[in-house]
Design a binder for this molecule. Structure first.
Ligand code: FES
Ligand code: MG
Length: 591
Protein backbone atom coordinates (compact mmCIF):
# COMPACT_ATOMS: atom_id res chain seq x y z
CA UNK A 1 0.00 0.00 0.00
CA UNK A 2 2.37 2.61 -1.34
CA UNK A 3 1.10 6.15 -0.94
CA UNK A 4 4.32 7.96 -1.82
CA UNK A 5 6.15 7.94 -5.14
CA UNK A 6 9.98 8.01 -5.16
CA UNK A 7 9.89 11.51 -6.66
CA UNK A 8 7.84 12.70 -3.67
CA UNK A 9 10.42 11.69 -1.10
CA UNK A 10 11.48 14.58 1.07
CA UNK A 11 15.16 13.80 0.50
CA UNK A 12 14.79 14.21 -3.26
CA UNK A 13 14.34 17.97 -2.76
CA UNK A 14 17.98 17.99 -1.67
CA UNK A 15 19.55 15.30 -3.80
CA UNK A 16 17.59 15.27 -7.02
CA UNK A 17 16.04 18.64 -7.78
CA UNK A 18 15.97 19.12 -11.59
CA UNK A 19 14.93 22.76 -11.18
CA UNK A 20 18.09 23.59 -9.29
CA UNK A 21 21.08 21.50 -10.39
CA UNK A 22 23.50 23.84 -8.65
CA UNK A 23 22.00 23.28 -5.22
CA UNK A 24 21.60 19.58 -5.95
CA UNK A 25 25.32 19.39 -6.70
CA UNK A 26 26.17 21.24 -3.52
CA UNK A 27 23.88 19.10 -1.38
CA UNK A 28 25.08 15.90 -3.01
CA UNK A 29 28.84 16.11 -3.41
CA UNK A 30 29.96 15.97 0.20
CA UNK A 31 27.84 12.93 0.99
CA UNK A 32 29.76 11.10 -1.74
CA UNK A 33 33.13 11.72 -0.12
CA UNK A 34 32.91 8.77 2.25
CA UNK A 35 31.64 6.30 -0.29
CA UNK A 36 27.93 6.85 -0.82
CA UNK A 37 27.07 6.69 -4.54
CA UNK A 38 24.92 8.95 -6.70
CA UNK A 39 22.75 5.91 -7.39
CA UNK A 40 21.95 5.54 -3.67
CA UNK A 41 21.12 9.20 -3.19
CA UNK A 42 19.35 9.96 -6.48
CA UNK A 43 17.37 6.85 -7.37
CA UNK A 44 14.50 7.48 -4.98
CA UNK A 45 15.55 5.31 -2.05
CA UNK A 46 14.20 6.53 1.30
CA UNK A 47 16.97 8.05 3.40
CA UNK A 48 16.59 6.93 6.98
CA UNK A 49 18.23 8.48 10.00
CA UNK A 50 19.27 6.26 12.86
CA UNK A 51 19.09 8.77 15.72
CA UNK A 52 21.91 7.40 17.86
CA UNK A 53 21.64 7.98 21.60
CA UNK A 54 24.42 5.55 22.51
CA UNK A 55 27.93 6.70 23.39
CA UNK A 56 30.62 6.03 25.97
CA UNK A 57 29.00 8.70 28.14
CA UNK A 58 25.61 6.98 27.93
CA UNK A 59 26.17 3.44 29.21
CA UNK A 60 22.46 2.60 29.33
CA UNK A 61 22.12 3.24 25.58
CA UNK A 62 25.67 2.36 24.50
CA UNK A 63 24.63 -1.03 23.08
CA UNK A 64 22.73 0.88 20.37
CA UNK A 65 26.14 1.40 18.73
CA UNK A 66 26.14 -2.39 18.08
CA UNK A 67 22.42 -2.65 17.35
CA UNK A 68 22.63 0.13 14.75
CA UNK A 69 24.54 -2.32 12.52
CA UNK A 70 21.49 -4.57 12.40
CA UNK A 71 19.19 -1.57 11.91
CA UNK A 72 21.33 -0.56 8.91
CA UNK A 73 21.13 -4.09 7.49
CA UNK A 74 17.36 -3.97 7.77
CA UNK A 75 17.11 -0.53 6.12
CA UNK A 76 19.32 -1.63 3.21
CA UNK A 77 17.45 -4.93 2.84
CA UNK A 78 14.21 -2.99 2.44
CA UNK A 79 15.71 -0.61 -0.12
CA UNK A 80 16.60 2.39 2.02
CA UNK A 81 19.81 4.28 2.75
CA UNK A 82 20.79 4.48 6.44
CA UNK A 83 22.52 7.55 7.91
CA UNK A 84 23.51 7.28 11.58
CA UNK A 85 23.37 10.62 13.38
CA UNK A 86 24.31 11.54 16.96
CA UNK A 87 21.83 12.75 19.55
CA UNK A 88 22.97 14.91 22.47
CA UNK A 89 23.81 12.42 25.26
CA UNK A 90 21.42 12.00 28.17
CA UNK A 91 22.67 9.70 30.92
CA UNK A 92 20.29 9.52 33.85
CA UNK A 93 22.89 8.71 36.48
CA UNK A 94 25.90 10.65 35.21
CA UNK A 95 24.68 14.15 34.34
CA UNK A 96 24.91 17.08 36.74
CA UNK A 97 22.77 18.67 37.98
CA UNK A 98 20.22 16.26 36.47
CA UNK A 99 19.64 14.43 33.18
CA UNK A 100 16.15 15.83 33.17
CA UNK A 101 17.58 19.19 32.17
CA UNK A 102 18.81 17.65 28.92
CA UNK A 103 15.56 16.07 27.74
CA UNK A 104 14.52 19.34 26.11
CA UNK A 105 18.04 20.06 24.83
CA UNK A 106 18.22 16.70 23.04
CA UNK A 107 14.71 17.37 21.77
CA UNK A 108 15.69 20.72 20.27
CA UNK A 109 18.80 19.25 18.69
CA UNK A 110 16.97 16.36 17.08
CA UNK A 111 14.21 18.65 15.78
CA UNK A 112 16.85 20.67 13.93
CA UNK A 113 18.49 17.50 12.59
CA UNK A 114 15.29 15.89 11.34
CA UNK A 115 13.91 19.13 9.90
CA UNK A 116 17.05 20.56 8.38
CA UNK A 117 18.59 17.53 6.67
CA UNK A 118 17.54 15.28 3.76
CA UNK A 119 15.72 12.64 5.77
CA UNK A 120 12.58 10.67 4.92
CA UNK A 121 12.20 8.66 8.11
CA UNK A 122 13.92 7.99 11.41
CA UNK A 123 14.67 5.13 13.77
CA UNK A 124 14.61 6.51 17.32
CA UNK A 125 17.09 4.59 19.48
CA UNK A 126 15.57 4.81 22.95
CA UNK A 127 16.48 3.44 26.36
CA UNK A 128 17.65 5.44 29.38
CA UNK A 129 14.84 7.43 30.98
CA UNK A 130 14.75 10.77 29.13
CA UNK A 131 16.02 9.48 25.79
CA UNK A 132 12.58 8.03 25.05
CA UNK A 133 10.51 11.20 25.58
CA UNK A 134 13.19 13.44 24.01
CA UNK A 135 13.17 11.43 20.78
CA UNK A 136 9.40 10.91 20.64
CA UNK A 137 8.87 14.66 21.22
CA UNK A 138 11.20 15.48 18.33
CA UNK A 139 9.53 12.96 16.01
CA UNK A 140 6.16 14.43 17.03
CA UNK A 141 7.24 17.98 16.23
CA UNK A 142 8.81 17.26 12.84
CA UNK A 143 6.31 14.50 12.00
CA UNK A 144 8.27 12.43 9.51
CA UNK A 145 7.70 8.64 9.64
CA UNK A 146 9.37 7.36 12.80
CA UNK A 147 9.75 4.11 14.68
CA UNK A 148 11.29 3.61 18.11
CA UNK A 149 13.75 0.88 19.06
CA UNK A 150 14.56 0.10 22.68
CA UNK A 151 18.08 -0.91 23.60
CA UNK A 152 16.53 -3.34 26.09
CA UNK A 153 17.04 -3.81 29.82
CA UNK A 154 20.16 -5.24 31.44
CA UNK A 155 20.13 -8.88 32.49
CA UNK A 156 18.81 -9.53 35.99
CA UNK A 157 21.20 -8.46 38.75
CA UNK A 158 21.84 -10.83 41.67
CA UNK A 159 23.27 -10.25 45.15
CA UNK A 160 23.59 -13.05 47.70
CA UNK A 161 21.11 -15.20 45.83
CA UNK A 162 18.45 -12.52 45.44
CA UNK A 163 17.46 -10.39 42.50
CA UNK A 164 19.20 -7.02 42.76
CA UNK A 165 17.25 -4.44 40.78
CA UNK A 166 18.63 -1.16 39.43
CA UNK A 167 18.12 1.76 41.75
CA UNK A 168 15.81 -0.20 44.03
CA UNK A 169 18.76 -1.94 45.76
CA UNK A 170 20.36 1.43 46.33
CA UNK A 171 17.23 2.90 47.98
CA UNK A 172 17.10 -0.14 50.24
CA UNK A 173 20.83 -0.32 50.95
CA UNK A 174 21.10 3.40 51.79
CA UNK A 175 18.84 2.78 54.77
CA UNK A 176 21.11 -0.10 55.92
CA UNK A 177 24.11 2.21 55.44
CA UNK A 178 22.44 4.96 57.48
CA UNK A 179 21.58 2.58 60.29
CA UNK A 180 25.13 1.13 60.30
CA UNK A 181 24.14 -2.37 59.14
CA UNK A 182 26.53 -2.27 56.15
CA UNK A 183 29.69 -0.30 55.30
CA UNK A 184 30.61 1.76 52.22
CA UNK A 185 32.31 -1.15 50.42
CA UNK A 186 29.34 -3.41 50.73
CA UNK A 187 27.08 -0.56 49.63
CA UNK A 188 29.10 -0.21 46.40
CA UNK A 189 29.17 -3.98 45.83
CA UNK A 190 25.40 -4.16 46.12
CA UNK A 191 25.02 -1.27 43.66
CA UNK A 192 27.41 -2.87 41.13
CA UNK A 193 25.63 -6.23 41.36
CA UNK A 194 22.47 -4.63 39.99
CA UNK A 195 24.21 -3.72 36.70
CA UNK A 196 25.46 -7.03 35.21
CA UNK A 197 25.37 -6.26 31.46
CA UNK A 198 24.72 -3.69 28.76
CA UNK A 199 21.23 -2.21 28.75
CA UNK A 200 19.04 0.03 30.83
CA UNK A 201 17.64 -0.37 34.36
CA UNK A 202 16.19 -3.84 34.87
CA UNK A 203 13.52 -2.68 37.32
CA UNK A 204 10.17 -1.12 36.43
CA UNK A 205 11.79 2.30 36.71
CA UNK A 206 11.38 5.17 34.32
CA UNK A 207 13.36 3.42 31.56
CA UNK A 208 11.34 0.18 31.46
CA UNK A 209 8.21 2.27 31.87
CA UNK A 210 8.94 4.66 29.01
CA UNK A 211 10.19 1.95 26.65
CA UNK A 212 7.07 -0.10 27.37
CA UNK A 213 4.87 2.96 26.85
CA UNK A 214 6.58 3.69 23.52
CA UNK A 215 5.32 0.23 22.53
CA UNK A 216 1.88 0.83 24.08
CA UNK A 217 1.64 4.10 22.13
CA UNK A 218 2.23 2.05 19.00
CA UNK A 219 5.64 3.51 18.21
CA UNK A 220 7.63 0.23 18.48
CA UNK A 221 7.19 -3.18 16.91
CA UNK A 222 5.23 -5.55 19.17
CA UNK A 223 7.51 -7.11 21.77
CA UNK A 224 10.35 -4.70 21.06
CA UNK A 225 10.42 -3.07 24.50
CA UNK A 226 11.17 -5.95 26.86
CA UNK A 227 13.86 -8.04 25.10
CA UNK A 228 16.99 -7.81 27.27
CA UNK A 229 19.83 -5.92 25.60
CA UNK A 230 22.26 -8.89 25.23
CA UNK A 231 19.67 -11.40 23.89
CA UNK A 232 19.87 -12.46 20.22
CA UNK A 233 16.24 -11.36 19.73
CA UNK A 234 17.39 -7.79 20.43
CA UNK A 235 19.57 -7.84 17.31
CA UNK A 236 16.79 -9.51 15.35
CA UNK A 237 14.14 -6.93 16.28
CA UNK A 238 16.67 -4.21 15.38
CA UNK A 239 16.86 -5.69 11.86
CA UNK A 240 13.05 -5.90 11.63
CA UNK A 241 12.76 -2.27 12.84
CA UNK A 242 15.18 -1.14 10.12
CA UNK A 243 13.14 -2.96 7.47
CA UNK A 244 9.86 -1.62 8.74
CA UNK A 245 10.78 2.08 8.76
CA UNK A 246 11.40 1.97 5.00
CA UNK A 247 7.86 0.68 4.44
CA UNK A 248 6.50 3.29 6.83
CA UNK A 249 8.01 5.97 4.59
CA UNK A 250 6.27 4.50 1.52
CA UNK A 251 3.02 4.22 3.49
CA UNK A 252 3.47 7.78 4.80
CA UNK A 253 2.65 6.49 8.30
CA UNK A 254 3.57 9.37 10.59
CA UNK A 255 3.74 10.03 14.35
CA UNK A 256 0.46 11.99 14.19
CA UNK A 257 -1.25 8.91 12.70
CA UNK A 258 -0.05 6.66 15.55
CA UNK A 259 0.19 8.87 18.65
CA UNK A 260 -3.44 9.97 18.83
CA UNK A 261 -5.44 10.80 21.95
CA UNK A 262 -6.66 7.17 21.85
CA UNK A 263 -3.07 5.90 21.84
CA UNK A 264 -2.25 8.00 24.91
CA UNK A 265 -5.29 6.62 26.76
CA UNK A 266 -4.09 3.10 25.93
CA UNK A 267 -0.63 4.00 27.25
CA UNK A 268 -2.05 5.37 30.51
CA UNK A 269 -3.91 2.10 31.10
CA UNK A 270 -0.82 0.05 30.28
CA UNK A 271 1.22 2.23 32.65
CA UNK A 272 -1.08 1.31 35.54
CA UNK A 273 -0.91 -2.40 34.67
CA UNK A 274 2.89 -2.17 34.58
CA UNK A 275 3.17 -0.24 37.85
CA UNK A 276 4.93 2.41 35.79
CA UNK A 277 7.06 5.30 36.95
CA UNK A 278 5.70 8.56 38.35
CA UNK A 279 7.81 10.26 35.68
CA UNK A 280 5.52 8.86 32.97
CA UNK A 281 2.85 11.60 33.25
CA UNK A 282 5.52 14.29 32.83
CA UNK A 283 6.88 12.69 29.68
CA UNK A 284 3.61 11.58 28.10
CA UNK A 285 1.96 14.94 28.77
CA UNK A 286 5.05 16.50 27.16
CA UNK A 287 4.95 14.27 24.07
CA UNK A 288 1.20 14.90 23.69
CA UNK A 289 1.77 18.66 23.74
CA UNK A 290 4.02 18.40 20.69
CA UNK A 291 1.28 16.54 18.82
CA UNK A 292 -1.50 18.96 19.74
CA UNK A 293 -3.16 16.20 21.80
CA UNK A 294 -4.81 17.47 25.02
CA UNK A 295 -3.60 15.41 27.99
CA UNK A 296 -3.26 16.33 31.66
CA UNK A 297 -2.99 14.77 35.11
CA UNK A 298 -6.80 14.62 35.48
CA UNK A 299 -6.76 12.24 32.49
CA UNK A 300 -4.20 10.06 34.26
CA UNK A 301 -6.50 9.68 37.24
CA UNK A 302 -9.71 9.30 35.20
CA UNK A 303 -8.32 6.80 32.68
CA UNK A 304 -5.67 5.04 34.72
CA UNK A 305 -6.34 5.00 38.45
CA UNK A 306 -8.77 2.08 38.59
CA UNK A 307 -6.63 -0.24 36.43
CA UNK A 308 -5.07 -3.15 38.37
CA UNK A 309 -1.34 -3.85 38.69
CA UNK A 310 -0.49 -6.92 36.63
CA UNK A 311 3.30 -6.82 36.35
CA UNK A 312 5.26 -8.14 39.31
CA UNK A 313 8.49 -6.20 38.84
CA UNK A 314 10.57 -4.32 41.39
CA UNK A 315 10.11 -1.80 42.96
CA UNK A 316 6.41 -2.67 43.49
CA UNK A 317 6.97 -6.43 43.07
CA UNK A 318 9.78 -8.96 42.98
CA UNK A 319 10.98 -9.75 39.44
CA UNK A 320 13.20 -7.99 36.89
CA UNK A 321 13.49 -7.35 33.15
CA UNK A 322 14.51 -10.83 31.97
CA UNK A 323 11.53 -12.33 33.78
CA UNK A 324 9.21 -9.74 32.20
CA UNK A 325 10.44 -10.60 28.70
CA UNK A 326 10.14 -14.37 29.27
CA UNK A 327 6.58 -13.90 30.52
CA UNK A 328 5.65 -12.16 27.27
CA UNK A 329 6.51 -8.51 27.89
CA UNK A 330 4.23 -5.67 26.83
CA UNK A 331 2.20 -7.71 24.26
CA UNK A 332 1.17 -10.20 26.97
CA UNK A 333 0.06 -7.33 29.23
CA UNK A 334 -1.93 -5.76 26.39
CA UNK A 335 -3.36 -9.18 25.48
CA UNK A 336 -4.63 -9.56 29.03
CA UNK A 337 -6.09 -6.03 29.02
CA UNK A 338 -7.80 -6.70 25.67
CA UNK A 339 -9.25 -9.97 26.91
CA UNK A 340 -10.89 -8.15 29.83
CA UNK A 341 -11.96 -5.07 27.81
CA UNK A 342 -9.67 -2.83 29.84
CA UNK A 343 -7.70 -1.47 26.88
CA UNK A 344 -9.86 1.50 25.87
CA UNK A 345 -8.90 1.63 22.18
CA UNK A 346 -8.12 -1.81 20.69
CA UNK A 347 -8.19 -0.42 17.16
CA UNK A 348 -5.37 2.08 17.68
CA UNK A 349 -2.89 1.71 14.82
CA UNK A 350 0.73 0.81 15.51
CA UNK A 351 4.06 1.12 13.72
CA UNK A 352 3.68 -2.22 11.93
CA UNK A 353 0.51 -0.90 10.29
CA UNK A 354 -1.70 -3.22 12.32
CA UNK A 355 -3.89 -2.48 15.34
CA UNK A 356 -3.27 -3.32 18.99
CA UNK A 357 -6.02 -5.93 18.61
CA UNK A 358 -4.30 -7.50 15.56
CA UNK A 359 -0.97 -7.58 17.35
CA UNK A 360 -1.85 -8.71 20.84
CA UNK A 361 -5.35 -10.20 21.15
CA UNK A 362 -4.12 -13.80 21.11
CA UNK A 363 -1.21 -13.22 23.48
CA UNK A 364 -1.25 -14.21 27.15
CA UNK A 365 1.21 -14.38 29.98
CA UNK A 366 3.80 -17.13 29.90
CA UNK A 367 4.25 -16.96 33.67
CA UNK A 368 1.36 -15.78 35.78
CA UNK A 369 3.58 -14.97 38.74
CA UNK A 370 5.34 -12.31 36.62
CA UNK A 371 2.41 -11.05 34.54
CA UNK A 372 -0.74 -11.70 36.52
CA UNK A 373 -4.26 -12.05 35.15
CA UNK A 374 -6.78 -9.24 35.68
CA UNK A 375 -8.85 -11.71 37.73
CA UNK A 376 -6.06 -12.02 40.33
CA UNK A 377 -3.90 -8.89 40.11
CA UNK A 378 -1.06 -7.87 42.39
CA UNK A 379 -3.02 -4.78 43.46
CA UNK A 380 -6.24 -3.02 42.56
CA UNK A 381 -6.28 0.61 41.39
CA UNK A 382 -2.62 0.85 40.46
CA UNK A 383 -2.76 4.20 38.67
CA UNK A 384 -2.07 7.68 39.97
CA UNK A 385 -4.31 10.15 41.71
CA UNK A 386 -4.06 13.86 40.99
CA UNK A 387 -4.05 15.87 44.22
CA UNK A 388 -5.04 19.55 44.39
CA UNK A 389 -5.42 22.26 47.01
CA UNK A 390 -3.75 25.39 48.31
CA UNK A 391 -0.38 23.59 48.33
CA UNK A 392 -0.41 23.15 44.53
CA UNK A 393 -2.75 22.88 41.53
CA UNK A 394 -1.57 19.39 40.66
CA UNK A 395 0.62 16.69 42.18
CA UNK A 396 0.54 12.98 41.57
CA UNK A 397 0.71 10.03 43.92
CA UNK A 398 0.96 6.31 43.26
CA UNK A 399 -1.38 5.06 45.98
CA UNK A 400 -0.77 1.40 45.14
CA UNK A 401 2.73 1.47 46.67
CA UNK A 402 1.52 2.61 50.10
CA UNK A 403 2.88 -0.08 52.43
CA UNK A 404 0.88 -1.84 55.12
CA UNK A 405 3.04 -0.17 57.80
CA UNK A 406 2.45 3.27 56.28
CA UNK A 407 -1.27 2.60 56.01
CA UNK A 408 -1.39 1.49 59.66
CA UNK A 409 0.40 4.62 60.86
CA UNK A 410 -1.26 7.26 58.71
CA UNK A 411 -4.46 5.90 57.19
CA UNK A 412 -6.16 3.92 59.92
CA UNK A 413 -8.39 6.51 61.61
CA UNK A 414 -11.80 4.78 61.39
CA UNK A 415 -13.59 8.15 61.06
CA UNK A 416 -11.31 9.37 58.32
CA UNK A 417 -9.61 6.32 56.81
CA UNK A 418 -8.09 7.94 53.73
CA UNK A 419 -6.83 11.18 55.29
CA UNK A 420 -3.99 12.24 57.56
CA UNK A 421 -2.55 15.42 59.01
CA UNK A 422 1.06 16.16 59.83
CA UNK A 423 3.46 18.90 60.82
CA UNK A 424 5.48 20.18 57.89
CA UNK A 425 9.27 19.97 57.95
CA UNK A 426 10.31 22.11 55.00
CA UNK A 427 13.60 21.57 53.14
CA UNK A 428 14.84 24.07 50.55
CA UNK A 429 16.44 21.68 48.10
CA UNK A 430 18.38 18.42 48.55
CA UNK A 431 21.47 20.00 50.15
CA UNK A 432 19.33 21.52 52.92
CA UNK A 433 17.68 18.12 53.43
CA UNK A 434 20.99 16.23 53.70
CA UNK A 435 22.28 18.86 56.10
CA UNK A 436 19.32 18.75 58.49
CA UNK A 437 17.58 15.38 58.25
CA UNK A 438 19.63 13.54 60.88
CA UNK A 439 19.82 16.48 63.32
CA UNK A 440 17.75 15.47 66.34
CA UNK A 441 17.34 19.17 67.23
CA UNK A 442 14.90 19.42 64.28
CA UNK A 443 12.48 17.35 66.35
CA UNK A 444 11.29 15.23 63.41
CA UNK A 445 8.94 12.48 64.54
CA UNK A 446 6.26 10.23 63.11
CA UNK A 447 3.75 13.07 63.08
CA UNK A 448 5.77 14.98 60.51
CA UNK A 449 5.44 15.32 56.75
CA UNK A 450 8.73 15.93 54.94
CA UNK A 451 8.45 18.63 52.30
CA UNK A 452 11.03 19.23 49.56
CA UNK A 453 10.79 22.49 47.63
CA UNK A 454 13.07 24.35 45.26
CA UNK A 455 13.44 21.05 43.39
CA UNK A 456 11.16 21.74 40.42
CA UNK A 457 12.13 22.44 36.79
CA UNK A 458 13.07 26.08 37.49
CA UNK A 459 14.27 25.66 41.05
CA UNK A 460 16.79 22.91 40.56
CA UNK A 461 16.92 23.23 37.38
CA UNK A 462 15.38 20.32 35.47
CA UNK A 463 13.51 18.94 38.46
CA UNK A 464 15.54 16.85 40.88
CA UNK A 465 14.66 13.24 41.75
CA UNK A 466 14.83 13.97 45.44
CA UNK A 467 11.31 13.88 46.84
CA UNK A 468 11.55 10.30 48.13
CA UNK A 469 13.35 11.36 51.32
CA UNK A 470 14.38 8.73 53.81
CA UNK A 471 13.38 9.25 57.44
CA UNK A 472 16.01 10.50 59.96
CA UNK A 473 18.52 7.78 60.90
CA UNK A 474 17.43 7.94 64.56
CA UNK A 475 13.86 7.08 63.51
CA UNK A 476 15.06 4.30 61.16
CA UNK A 477 16.93 2.77 64.12
CA UNK A 478 13.66 2.85 66.07
CA UNK A 479 11.98 0.91 63.25
CA UNK A 480 10.10 3.77 61.59
CA UNK A 481 10.25 2.85 57.88
CA UNK A 482 9.11 6.00 56.16
CA UNK A 483 7.53 9.40 56.64
CA UNK A 484 5.09 10.98 54.18
CA UNK A 485 6.88 13.10 51.58
CA UNK A 486 5.68 15.95 49.36
CA UNK A 487 7.67 17.94 46.87
CA UNK A 488 7.89 20.00 43.71
CA UNK A 489 10.63 17.72 42.40
CA UNK A 490 10.42 14.24 41.02
CA UNK A 491 11.14 10.75 42.31
CA UNK A 492 13.20 8.04 40.70
CA UNK A 493 10.97 5.49 39.00
CA UNK A 494 13.01 2.79 40.73
CA UNK A 495 11.82 4.01 44.13
CA UNK A 496 8.65 2.51 45.55
CA UNK A 497 7.79 5.34 47.94
CA UNK A 498 4.23 6.69 48.06
CA UNK A 499 5.41 10.28 47.79
CA UNK A 500 3.34 13.22 46.56
CA UNK A 501 5.35 14.36 43.59
CA UNK A 502 5.73 16.77 40.72
CA UNK A 503 3.82 19.51 42.61
CA UNK A 504 2.92 22.29 40.17
CA UNK A 505 3.28 25.22 40.24
CA UNK A 506 6.65 24.78 41.89
CA UNK A 507 8.02 26.92 44.74
CA UNK A 508 10.22 28.79 42.25
CA UNK A 509 6.99 29.97 40.58
CA UNK A 510 5.80 31.20 44.02
CA UNK A 511 3.38 28.24 44.23
CA UNK A 512 1.78 27.15 47.52
CA UNK A 513 4.87 25.24 48.61
CA UNK A 514 6.77 28.55 48.66
CA UNK A 515 4.33 29.84 51.30
CA UNK A 516 4.70 26.85 53.60
CA UNK A 517 6.64 27.18 56.87
CA UNK A 518 8.09 24.44 59.05
CA UNK A 519 5.54 23.74 61.77
CA UNK A 520 2.45 24.41 59.60
CA UNK A 521 -0.06 21.59 59.64
CA UNK A 522 -0.83 19.89 56.32
CA UNK A 523 -3.89 17.78 55.58
CA UNK A 524 -3.84 15.12 52.85
CA UNK A 525 -7.11 13.46 51.83
CA UNK A 526 -6.60 10.61 49.39
CA UNK A 527 -10.32 10.13 48.92
CA UNK A 528 -11.08 13.75 48.03
CA UNK A 529 -7.66 14.05 46.32
CA UNK A 530 -6.80 17.22 48.23
CA UNK A 531 -3.65 18.57 49.86
CA UNK A 532 -3.94 21.72 51.95
CA UNK A 533 -1.93 23.87 54.32
CA UNK A 534 -4.16 24.33 57.38
CA UNK A 535 -3.46 28.04 57.57
CA UNK A 536 -6.01 30.76 56.82
CA UNK A 537 -6.24 32.34 53.38
CA UNK A 538 -5.42 35.75 54.91
CA UNK A 539 -2.16 34.49 56.35
CA UNK A 540 -1.25 32.75 53.09
CA UNK A 541 -2.03 35.95 51.16
CA UNK A 542 0.17 37.97 53.53
CA UNK A 543 2.99 35.44 53.10
CA UNK A 544 2.64 35.66 49.30
CA UNK A 545 2.82 39.46 49.39
CA UNK A 546 5.90 39.27 51.59
CA UNK A 547 7.52 36.75 49.24
CA UNK A 548 6.82 38.84 46.14
CA UNK A 549 8.09 42.00 47.87
CA UNK A 550 11.31 40.14 48.69
CA UNK A 551 11.79 39.28 45.00
CA UNK A 552 10.06 35.90 44.94
CA UNK A 553 11.23 32.43 45.94
CA UNK A 554 15.05 32.36 45.69
CA UNK A 555 16.42 30.54 42.64
CA UNK A 556 20.12 29.57 42.58
CA UNK A 557 22.27 31.10 39.83
CA UNK A 558 22.40 29.20 36.56
CA UNK A 559 25.68 27.39 35.97
CA UNK A 560 25.47 27.21 32.17
CA UNK A 561 23.74 29.08 29.33
CA UNK A 562 21.32 26.20 28.80
CA UNK A 563 20.28 26.24 32.47
CA UNK A 564 19.36 29.90 32.08
CA UNK A 565 17.41 29.41 28.82
CA UNK A 566 15.72 26.33 30.26
CA UNK A 567 14.57 28.28 33.33
CA UNK A 568 13.24 31.10 31.18
CA UNK A 569 11.29 28.79 28.87
CA UNK A 570 10.21 25.75 30.90
CA UNK A 571 6.59 24.95 31.72
CA UNK A 572 5.47 23.17 34.95
CA UNK A 573 5.88 19.42 35.46
CA UNK A 574 2.09 19.00 35.21
CA UNK A 575 2.32 20.53 31.71
CA UNK A 576 5.01 18.07 30.66
CA UNK A 577 8.03 20.32 31.39
CA UNK A 578 7.98 21.37 27.73
CA UNK A 579 9.54 24.55 26.41
CA UNK A 580 7.29 27.56 25.93
CA UNK A 581 6.28 28.02 22.26
CA UNK A 582 7.80 24.69 21.13
CA UNK A 583 4.35 23.11 20.59
CA UNK A 584 3.61 25.86 18.03
CA UNK A 585 6.03 24.17 15.64
CA UNK A 586 4.05 20.95 15.44
CA UNK A 587 4.14 19.03 12.13
CA UNK A 588 6.88 21.23 10.63
CA UNK A 589 7.90 18.68 7.97
CA UNK A 590 4.61 19.42 6.21
CA UNK A 591 4.67 23.21 6.64
FE1 FES B 1 19.74 4.77 32.49
FE2 FES B 1 18.17 3.71 34.49
S1 FES B 1 19.92 4.97 34.63
S2 FES B 1 18.07 3.47 32.39
MG1 MG C 1 15.45 8.51 37.06
Amino acid sequence: MKKIKPTELRSQKWFNNPENPEMTALYLERYLNYGLTREELQSGKPIIAIAQTGSDLSPCNRHHIELAKRVRDGIIAAGGVPLEVPVHPIQETGKRPTASLDRNLAYLGLVETLFGYPLDGVVLTIGCDKTTPALLMAAATVNIPAIALSVGPMLNGWYEGERAGSGTVIWKAREKLASGEIDDDEFMNIAAASAPSVGYCNTMGTATTMNSLAEALGMQLPGAAAIPAPYRERGQISYETGKRIVDMVWEDLRPTDIMTREAFENAIVVNSALGGSTNAPIHLNGIAKHLGVQLNNDDWQAVGHSVPLLVNLQPAGKYLGEDFHRAGGVPAVIGELLQTDLLPHPNAITANGRTMLDNCSLLRTGNDDVILPVSAPLLQSAGFINLKGNLFDSAIMKTSVISAAFRKTYLSNPDDPEAFEGRAIVFDGPEDYHHRIDDEAEGIDQNCILVMRGAGPKGYPGGAEVVNMRAPSYLLKQGVEALPCIGDGRQSGTSGSPSILNASPEAADNGGLALLQTGDMIRIDLNACTANILVSDDILQARLEGLVAAGGFPIPVSQSPWQQYFREMVQPLSEGMTLRDAPNYQDIARK
